[in-house]
Design a protein around this ligand. Structure first.
Ligand code: CA
Length: 228
């Protein structure tokens, strides 16, 4: 059964949506304040969060950042029609999708189902696991094992690793990674890719000086190779 955490300060919306989602077989936890969302996130362990952008106590972006520091749970932003800037900022900051008020429980559920499918927890067939030497990546379960040991990756680290592993031996440019993994415009020009590659390296137990899987090609990009 799907579990949804609803963060919404408007009593009428919160109660109506809770009722409607519950009627559709969803298990709902509902809180009115951003500061209450985090406690519920850990104890309730939702499959998805519906986060109202306009909360009285905290900025939506701050709530999202706090959620992201704890969890990769899919987050659906709920917003008034006139807040496009806010929506874009939150999508860039790691929200998965958004929905414009007024919305129905059916719309929320359809979006959540789509997000869960993209996350690979839907019933549809997904690519089977990728094995490169002792590295095993399960795209559906979003799990990675190295030498039989599970690795704990953040969502973007996983996305980056999967993207490279699907193109073994192929140099991928930073612009391509920014566009395809981060959904950022071409020529973002920041250090996002470098930083994530270096985090991923550390988790794979290798370094830029002594690469195993991840090889940076100066001025070009990065590739994942089979070290065996
Ligand atoms: Ca509100």
């Amino acid at each position: 059964m799907t579990r949804i955490l609803l963060v919404e300060d408007d009593d009428d919306i919160r109660e109506a949506l809770s009722r409607a989602l519950t009627a559709q077989g969803v298990t709902v936890a509902a809180v009115a304040r951003g500061s209450d969302a985090l406690g519920r996130l850990t104890e309730f362990a939702p499959d998805a969060v519906v986060l109202d952008l306009g909360l009285p106590d905290l900025e939506g972006s701050d709530v999202l950042a706090m959620i992201r520091s704890l969890s990769d749970v899919p987050v659906l932003i709920a917003t008034a029609r006139d807040d496009e800037g806010g929506v874009i900022r939150l999508l860039d900051a790691g929200a998965d999708d958004y929905i414009v008020k007024p919305y129905s429980a059916g719309q929320v559920l359809a979006r959540v189902r789509a997000i869960l499918r993209r996350h690979g927890s839907g019933a549809e067939a997904q690519p089977t696991e990728i094995r490169i030497a002792d590295l095993v990546i399960d795209p559906q379960g979003r799990e990675v094992h190295l030498g039989g040991e599970p690795l704990t990756l953040t969502r973007k680290e996983f996305d980056l690793l999967l993207y490279l592993a699907q193109r073994p031996g192929q140099v991928v440019s930073k612009d391509n990674l920014l566009a395809d993994v981060w959904n950022l415009p071409w020529g973002g020009g920041d250090r996002t890719v470098d930083v994530h590659v270096s985090w991923l390296r550390r988790k794979l137990g290798e370094s830029a000086a002594k690469p195993r899987f991840l090889h940076s090609i100066r001025g070009v990009g990065v590739k994942l190779v089979d070290p065996s």
